[in-house]
Design a protein around this ligand. Structure first.
Ligand code: ATP
Length: 760
């Protein structure tokens, strides 16, 4: 015995707390119509988690709560408690007694409690399913529902039978697994779609990464080439600059020297500009000499004349000493002097001119008269005069001679002066010519040197350009390859023999080779730029992350596939198990069905037949309680699916009736009871509640019914709501339900004899 008691509080007509104890295998509940008997059966359905309000004869949840009467106000809550004896661990809980409780409120849903602790409906359903107390309620046959199994569709019938066979748990597991499989498939689809979504990004990143790898290799190549190029370029620039600086030194020094020389030469040239003054001085000296010469000549002539006069006078003196008194001795010199005077007169003038000629003759006459007069006087004057004259002449001569001497000295001095001046001029002429020559030479050399320096400057300028390019290359190199490029300074370049090249040796290389190197560098740069790749580290990280995510998703899919496979296998196993159990169960039921049927009808045959698959139809959820929880449960049980159904084939003794529809009410009841009992016999449920299942039976059949009930009670606890005396007689305990004017159902434990009376 598994049921201990049922307690109703505020449930339907049981306004007050009412408890039914079930300590016998068969308990009967009796009472007049409308007293509330069926409400107790519904209390069982209710506490076991029934979701259909209709099946508890209500429209709304409130219909299940004591609605009040003039005598007693309505309740706001209804609760039903069912106590199980769990010593045999009927329910999968490690306690000896289990109390299930369901409470409803007018304004809220249901509460479920197991041993006082709130649980979900699902927990209740699972707990009961494990104890073969199914949801289809094959063990609770409500009033007028005895032939429900006959009226049911094949699918419903199958469900009832599955439930009765305890296959619900497998079915439930199968449906759970199917749901899980569906969810798994859905998840797989989602994960696959995620993978598909990120796939283009990954392939894009992969290409980027390939580009980056390629760029990396190119960069290494560029770094090598660049390093070589930069090292050589740096050496070339440095060495070339040094060379230019060296080459500049000599011409610069020479130029500065030349400048100095040029200044000197120019000064010399400037100085020769005093030449004109000297020339003027020469002219002045020459004029002076000329006048000296004239003076000297005049003085010489005077001296000569005086000498002649003196000599004449002296000769005359001598002559006069030896001559006659009337004669006068005239010295030849005087005569010559006279002639000279006359010559002087005649040669001085133009003889062609008559006037002049006359004047000349006049002059000659004068000279002659003067001469004659002079000598007449002399004749008189005597010898004394002569001596006096000679003396005077000598004195005069001496005076002239002195003057001549002075003039001659002056002339000599002046001549010397002139000579010196001329020598000076000559000398100056020479040095000026040399200076001019020097200036030209210096200027020519300066030009030459300027040319050389200009050429060097052009080279220096070119080097400046190269240096600018070099610096730009460095900046570009750092941007493109990184700061490693600056390591070119510490780089060592070797020649063919493995000897380290010094900067000088590097510059010996043909510039064309370096140009070629630069072209290669440029080409590489272009290739690197073309290769692109963006920020390497970031892309690599992103690629890695995306890849990891993809691999994670791939693993996820694999895991999901694995669990889907496990689920499919489980489903297949469950289906096979279900099928086997179902077919085996049907066979067993058929054997019992045949027994009960022939017992009831005194012969004939009946059996269940498995029909071809029919469409499962979703259960109507209109009258469901407990919202989403219930809907979820209904969904678990429903959904369209191809399944086999169950047909009932009957063969009444002595009648040719095979279709169920053609059976009488009693026959239908008997057939249903036979089937229900057969089902309960094969897999006995812990308890069976039969609400007036025996209503349509006549006395003979009531007896048989009573026997069968007793038989059933060996395996299942029975609660029989009945008006049937025969049935009542089989019960260990009989409860009488009464309802007074207040509309409240009341319970009393009664003896069999009373029961018959109470039932009426
Ligand atoms: P019968 O022998 O005719 O089948 P019964 O003993 O099975 O009758 P029930 O159908 O269990 O009687 O009880 C019906 C009674 O319960 C009715 O009188 C009805 O008014 C009452 N009832 C049902 N729901 C409520 C409720 N929510 N509040 C009060 N009374 C209720």
């Amino acid at each position: 015995m598994h049921l201990k008691s049922l307690e109703l509080t505020g449930f339907k007509s049981f306004a007050k707390k009412t408890e039914l104890s079930f300590n016998t295998p068969i308990t009967s509940i009796v009472g007049p119509n409308g007293s509330g008997k069926s409400n107790t059966a519904e209390a069982f359905r209710f506490v076991l988690g029934e979701q259909s309000i209709k099946s508890m004869r209500g429209k709304r949840t409130e219909d299940l709560i004591w609605n009040g009467s003039p005598e007693m106000g309505r309740s706001n809550r209804a609760s039903v408690k069912l106590v199980f004896d769990n010593r045999k661990r009927l329910l999968n809980l490690d306690v000896d007694e289990v109390t299930l409780e369901r409470v409803i409120y007018r304004d809220a849903g249901s509460e479920y409690l197991v041993n006082g602790s709130p649980v979900r409906l699902r927990d209740i359903v699972e707990l009961l399913a494990g104890a073969h107390i199914g949801a289809s309620g094959h063990h609770i046959i409500s009033q007028g529902e005895a032939d429900r199994i006959l009226n049911a569709t094949m699918r419903e019938r199958r469900e009832m039978i599955e439930d009765a066979l305890g296959l619900k748990i497998y079915q439930w597991k199968r449906e759970e697994s199917e749901k899980k499989l569906e969810r798994t498939d859905e998840n797989m689809k989602q994960v696959a779609s995620l993978r598909r979504e990120i796939a283009p990004h990954i392939s894009f990143l992969k290409k980027q990464v390939e580009k980056i790898e390629k760029t990396k290799l190119l960069k290494v190549e560029l770094q090598m080439l660049y390093g070589d190029y930069l090292k050589r370029e740096h050496a070339y620039i440095t060495v070339s600059k040094q060379k230019i600086a060296e080459e500049e030194q000599t011409p610069k020094a020479e130029l500065s020297e030349l400048n100095h020389k040029l200044a000197t030469s120019k000064k010399v040239l400037e100085e020769t500009h005093g030449k004109d003054a000297k020339t003027k001085a020469i002219i002045a000296i020459e004029e002076k000499l000329n006048s000296f010469r004239k003076e000297r000549e005049a003085l010489s002539r005077e001296v000569g004349r005086l000498e002649g006069e003196i000599a004449g006078a002296e000769r005359l003196q001598k002559i006069q000493g030896a001559q006659q008194p009337d004669s006068v001795v005239i010295p030849l010199s005087e005569v010559e002097g006279l002639v000279k005077q006359i010559d002087a007169v005649s040669t001085d003038e133009d003889e062609q001119d008559a006037g002049i000629l006359i004047a000349t003759i006049t002059r000659i006459k004068e000279v002659m008269h003067v001469f004659l007069e002079k000598h007449r006087r002399k004749k008189g004057e005597g010898a004394e005069d002569m001596a006096k004259e000679i003396g005077e002449l000598s004195t005069k001569k001496k005076g002239f001679e002195e003057k001549l001497r002075v003039v001659q000295e002056e002339e000599k001095k002046t001549q010397e002066e002139e000579r010196a001046l001329r020598a000076e001029i000559d000398k100056e002429k020479d040095s000026s010519r040399d200076a001019e020559k020097e200036v030209f030479r210096i200027m020519a050399r300066q030009n030459e040197l300027h040319g050389t320096l200009n050429a060097l400057r052009v080279r220096a300028h070119e080097l400046e350009h190269l240096e600018g390019d070099f610096k730009r290359e460095l900046t570009e190199g750092v941007l493109l390859v990184g700061r490693e490029i600056l390591e070119y300074e510490t780089r060592e370049l070797k020649d063919g023999n493995g000897q380290t090249l010094n900067p000088q040796a590097m510059t010996l290389e043909d510039r064309a080779t370096q140009e070629e190197r630069r072209r290669k560098v440029e080409k590489l740069k272009i290739r690197i730029e073309d290769a692109g790749g963006g920020n390497g580290a970031e892309v690599l990280k992103e690629f890695q992350e995306a890849n990891e995510r993809d691999q994670f998703l791939a693993r996820e899919i694999a895991d999901l596939e694995q669990s889907a496979e496990t689920l499919r296998n489980l489903i297949a196993e469950l289906e096979q198990k279900l099928d086997e159990e179902f077919r085996g169960g049907i066979e067993k039921i058929n054997a019992e069905f045949q027994n009960y049927f022939s017992l009831m009808f005194g012969g004939g045959s009946a059996k269940l037949a498995i029909t071809k698959p029919e469409k499962r139809i979703r259960r109507d959820v209109d009258d469901l309680m407990d919202g989403g929880d219930a809907a979820a449960l209904a969904a678990t049980e429903g959904e369209e699916k191809q399944e086999t159904g169950i047909d009932i084939e009957v063969n009444l003794p002595r009648k040719k009736i095979k279709a169920l529809m053609m059976l009488s009410g009693g026959e239908r009841a008997l057939t249903s009871i036979a089937l229900l009992f057969a089902m309960s016999q094969v897999k006995p449920p812990p308890f069976i509640i039969l609400d007036e299942t025996d209503a349509a039976l006549d006395e003979a059949n009531s007896k048989k019914y009573g026997d069968m009930v007793e038989n059933l009670s060996k395996h299942s606890q029975l609660i029989l709501i009945t008006h049937n005396r025969e049935t009542m007689s089989r019960a260990g305990v009989i409860y009488g339900v009464t309802m007074d004017k207040s509309g409240v159902s009341k319970l009393l434990s009664i003896a069999f004899d009373e029961a018959v009376a109470v039932a009426k």
